[in-house]
Ligand binder design. Structure first.
Ligand code: SAM
Length: 292
C-alpha cells in the first residue's frame, strides 16, 4: 500500500501552514478521533508519526466519497451503519508481505514438523496463517507442505488463512500475482505451483488448484472472539501484533494459547516477541515458540 505524498509538505513543520496546503482540513481532533476508532476496531496503535500516513490513506476515501472535510468523514463513519468502517479499516492496515518471507520459518516447518511426521501414520495437521494479507504467506506454507509430503491426499492437512482487510483477502483468494512478486522464487517452484496468464497485457502467475485446495480463506478480526475449535498444530502470526500495544498483545495471545496443545508451535515476525506478553509459550528458535 502506498501513500500519495506532496514533495513540499515534508519540509514544512508549521501545522497551520500544513493545514492550509492540504486538500482537506485535518486537525488534531480529527486525528485523535480516528486513531481512537482504529485502536478500538483493529487493535492497531497509531503513533503520532503516523499522522501523515492516516491523512494520505483516508484522503483517497474522502475523494471517492466526494466529501469536503474529515469532520464529514467522521460523521459518515458514525452514521452509515458500519458500511464505511470496512473501507476505513482496509485503508489503514499495512499489508506488506512476500513469498517465503523470513525463510527460516519455512525450513523449520519442513525439517522439524513435517519431515518427522512423515515417519508416523498419516494424520491431521492444522495450520493457521493469522493476518495473511494478500496470501503469499499461506501459499508459501502450502508449497512447503506439498514439497515435503509426497502423498498429501492420505493426510488431513488444512491451512486456515485469515485477515481483517477484505480487499487483501479477496486478492489472496484469487491467488494471482504480478511477475515481480515471484522474482525471488525458484523456477522449479514457479513452474510446479503457478500457471502463467495475461492480465491486461501483463504477465501474471496464478496459484494452481492443488495449492489453493489446501487453504481456506476467511475474514477474521483478531480483536473478536476466535471462532475456530482447534487444536492448531502451527500458527503463523507474523508482522501483525507489531502494530498492537502490549495489553492488546497479552489479551490476544491468551486467547490464541487456548487453541493450542503443549508442543504446538507459534511463529512471530522478525521484530516481535512474547517477552512480557505470554508465559504460555517457550522460545525455541528465532521468533519460534512452543506452547508449554
Ligand atoms: C504486515 S501484514 C503481514 C502479512 C504476513 N503475515 C507476513 O508476515 O508477511 C499484517 C496483516 O495483518 C492484518 N491485520 C491487522 N490488524 C488485524 C486484526 N485486528 N485482525 C486481523 N488481521 C489484522 C492486516 O490487514 C495485514 O494484512
Amino acid at each position: 500500500m502506498t501513500t500519495k505524498t506532496n514533495p513540499i509538505l515534508p519540509m514544512l513543520h508549521d501545522t497551520q501552514t500544513m493545514t492550509r496546503l492540504r486538500e482537506f482540513e485535518f486537525g488534531n481532533e480529527d486525528f485523535e478521533a480516528l486513531r481512537k476508532l482504529v485502536k478500538q476496531i483493529t487493535g492497531i496503535n497509531l503513533s503520532d508519526q503516523k499522522r501523515e500516513l492516516v491523512y494520505g490513506r483516508l484522503a483517497r476515501r474522502l475523494r471517492a466519497l466526494q466529501l469536503r472535510s474529515f469532520a464529514e468523514y467522521r460523521e459518515l463513519l458514525a452514521e452509515d451503519g458500519g458500511q464505511e468502517i470496512v473501507q476505513f479499516c482496509n485503508a489503514i492496515t499495512t499489508n506488506l508481505t512476500a513469498f517465503f518471507r523470513e525463510p527460516h520459518h519455512f525450513d523449520y516447518l519442513r525439517d522439524q514438523v513435517l519431515t518427522p511426521l512423515l515417519a508416523a501414520a498419516p494424520r491431521r495437521l492444522r495450520i493457521w496463517s493469522a493476518g495473511c494479507s494478500t496470501g503469499e504467506e499461506p501459499y508459501s506454507l502450502a508449497m512447503t507442505v506439498l514439497e515435503t509430503v509426497a502423498d498429501v491426499k492420505r493426510w488431513d492437512i488444512r491451512i486456515l488463512a485469515t485477515d481483517l482487510d477484505s480487499d487483501v483477502l479477496e486478492r489472496a483468494r484469487c491467488g494471482i500475482y504480478a511477475e515481480d512478486r515471484l522474482k525471488n522464487m525458484t523456477l522449479q517452484r514457479r513452474t510446479r505451483f503457478f500457471t502463467e496468464r495475461r492480465e491486461r497485457d501483463n504477465l501474471c502467475y496464478e496459484a494452481t488448484p492443488e495449492l489453493k485446495s489446501l487453504i481456506t480463506f476467511k475474514q477474521l478480526n483478531l480483536m473478536h472472539p476466535l471462532p475456530m475449535r482447534g487444536p492448531l498444530d502451527v500458527i503463523f502470526c507474523r508482522n501483525v501484533v507489531i502494530y498492537f500495544d502490549k495489553d492488546t498483545q497479552r489479551e490476544l495471545f491468551s486467547r490464541v494459547a487456548h487453541l493450542q496443545r503443549p508442543g504446538d508451535l507459534l511463529f512471530l515476525g522478525h521484530s516481535e516477541s512474547l517477552f512480557k506478553v505470554s508465559e504460555s509459550y517457550t522460545p525455541i528458535g528465532k521468533t519460534i515458540y512452543k506452547r508449554g
